[in-house]
Ligand binder design. Sequence first.
Ligand SMILES: [Zn+2]
Length: 268
Amino acid sequence: MNHARPSAPSCVLMRHVVPLAFAVAASASGAAHAVLNIGSHTNQTQSQLTTQQHANAIQNELQRISGRTVILTPGQDVNQRSIWTVTLGAQIQARAHGNTLVTALINSARTTTIVADAGLAGLGGGGVTFCANGPTRALLNPPACLATNAGAGAGTDAVVAINTAKMPSNMTDPDAPFYILFGHELVHAWHATVGQRLAATGANEARTIGNYLGLAPPVQNAALPPGITVNENLLRRENTLQNNAPLNCRHPTNTAQYPAPVPPNATC
Ligand SMILES: [Zn+2]
């Protein structure tokens, strides 16, 4: 699957990179910005915009991931298009890693925008995630989005274009229920916001998926802020099928393989 891969090298839309010092200050101050939005990216045509119906369906999937009620507050983005800002309410069920992920995106100094875009849906199983400037997708990975040998980038905004045809999640599919694929894209978005995206697609995918216990070679973990550890296999570990059976894991370097969880605890 292609996730936030660099595509047409015609333009780089990321222009306003917030300096790292500001990012650290904003983070350290504990200022919480409600900046996880459901909306539309700048290049969507008027007839393809994310609708209230999409927002409601996405709300349900975010509740599965976070284990908490999801509240949507309607508003407008910089392009005067409808957005629904996400906040979390009471716990419905314990989903420690999913809650960590969604909470981190909400509290980030960066904006993540989840969009319904049928034109991009075919590019990935669950969707495609882009480094961004507000609701404007960056068509190449800007340096601020990337981790290099010198360390993390400053972080960017993110746009997550999801495959709406996969909603609602199939709760009897142990391999690729939508909410897990969606969670995978949100992990990509989180990496973008903290400048931890890797330019090499295989390595970037591997640490977005994470290790599973049956695999010997360790996957390099992204360096995330203190207290935050999240990847796709951790989301798989804390969820179950409708009949309470465990989900399968995902192979970090062969992303089409879904190995069974490892006994005796049957976890990824
Ligand atoms: Zn991916």
